[in-house]
Design a protein around this ligand. Structure first.
Ligand code: ZN
Length: 140
């Protein structure tokens, strides 16, 4: 991508997280769910964090979330233009995820807790698209 700062740190997929990153590249937010107790969770791991069951399956989440918490970062960091939000969103399926809220002003007035959000995928490299969230009314 033309505007990607080459100093920006990139996620490094592991065997456990590769299906997640492949989903992001395909425009899908993929989570895991326990086959035994149906608990949906994130980040990816080979066993259920609730019941320790080892039978877990990938599924495609809705991409809908609510804003759970955030900070607005004002210091320049390589690859980021301040101010920008570092947020925790609660996915409709239950798990919470750290992300950025984009396509809206990075102000407390615009970033309201519990506001409805939807995922979008920002391509960084050929292999990595970053899941970020925007206000759900931005849907086009
Ligand atoms: Zn379980």
């Amino acid at each position: 991508m033309a505007d990607l700062d080459p100093r920006r740190a990139l996620p490094q997929p592991t065997p456990e997280t590769l299906p997640f990153w492949e989903g992001c590249k395909a425009g899908e937010l993929r989570l895991q769910r326990c086959d035994a107790c149906q608990h949906a969770y994130f980040p990816p791991r080979p066993f259920c964090p609730k019941c320790a069951g080892r039978a877990v399956s990938w599924f495609t989440a809705s991409g809908r979330a609510l804003l759970y918490s955030y900070v607005i970062h004002h210091r320049p960091v390589p690859g980021f233009t301040p101010p920008y939000s570092i947020a925790v969103v609660e996915l409709a399926e239950g798990p919470r995820m750290m992300t950025n809220i984009v396509n809206c002003p990075q102000t407390p007035e615009a970033l309201q807790l519990d506001m409805p959000l939807e995922v979008l995928f920002t391509p960084l490299t050929a292999a990595i698209s970053l899941p970020q969230f925007q206000p759900a009314e931005n849907r086009s």
